[in-house]
Design a protein around this ligand. Structure first.
Ligand code: PEP
Length: 256
């Protein structure tokens, strides 16, 4: 039923892995395995790998995403990349506010919001990551944290723009740790995110937003997670670097 109204999306987040030549090799391995996918398939790769990814995905059903983007259109921001640059290379999606950016590179809800607006303005689709720390879950403030992130990260984003926004719920304690949220925990927070979107944009708009789960999702646990009503896909780190595992997750999204 949920698949009738929203798109299931499986996106790989390669993080700082693979050179351009290795990118072509991995995409060539993944492409035949996901060619019949009943969901959207995205590979989000490091900036220098984007051209190789765009080239390797030509004629396939795989779309290409970046892992970050600056908010300014151009200017004195040494080392940064703008949304227009990504667009011209052939990128369609951009991961924003990943917990590793928040943890290691000083990303805040304010900068995530600025990046989200810039990406939307350029006609690209942001995958906005939200999620609580282990300490925050233990203190029972998961919902407060998520509500704040949703409100601030999407500040000033219009209902029309929301149609191009994907939300990834990524509990920080589950990323790269091998500790997955239970399917019930993932569903509870994804449903809560949808309810928050409902408060901000109305229930109909909220019902159309794709909400992914991310955090040690793999070929073994994907099926159970993706069966949940409000889990519309996955943002996959480690398992996206192994073609067979990534393809198995895509298959789980196709049948659920
Ligand atoms: C991620 O990088 O967004 C992620 C969820 O990583 P992993 O699947 O390795 O936990």
């Amino acid at each position: 039923m949920k698949k009738d109204i929203r798109k299931a999306i499986i996106a790989g987040n390669w993080k700082m892995n693979k050179t351009p030549s290795e990118t072509s090799v991995l995409i060539n391995e993944i492409a035949p395995l996901v060619k019949d996918a009943g969901c959207e398939v995205i590979t989000c790769v490091p900036y220098v790998d984007l051209s190789a990814a765009v080239e390797a995905t030509k004629g396939t059903n795989i779309k290409v995403g970046a892992e970050n983007c600056h908010w300014a259109e151009s200017g004195a921001f040494t080392g940064e990349i703008s949304a227009a640059m990504l667009k011209e290379v052939g990128v369609e999606y951009v991961v924003l506010g990943h917990s590793e950016r928040r943890q290691y590179f000083g990303e805040t809800d304010e900068t995530v919001n600025k990046r989200t607006k810039a990406v939307l303005k350029a006609g690209l689709k942001p995958i906005v990551c939200v999620g609580e720390l282990l300490w925050e879950r233990e203190c029972n403030i998961t919902e407060e944290v998520i509500a704040r992130q949703i409100k601030l990260d999407l500040w000033d984003v219009t209902a029309e723009e929301l149609k191009n926004v994907v939300i990834a719920y990524e509990p920080v304690w589950a990323i790269g740790t091998g500790k997955t949220a239970t399917a019930e925990q993932a569903e509870d927070v994804c449903a809560f995110i949808r309810a928050q979107l409902g408060k901000l944009y109305g229930e109909e708009a909220a019902a159309g937003v794709t909400i992914q789960y991310g955090g040690s999702m793999n070929d073994k646990n994907a099926d159970e997670l993706l069966q949940k009503e409000n889990v519309d896909g996955g943002l996959i780190g480690g398992a996206s670097l192994v073609a067979e595992k990534f393809a198995a997750i895509v298959k789980a999204a196709t049948v659920n």
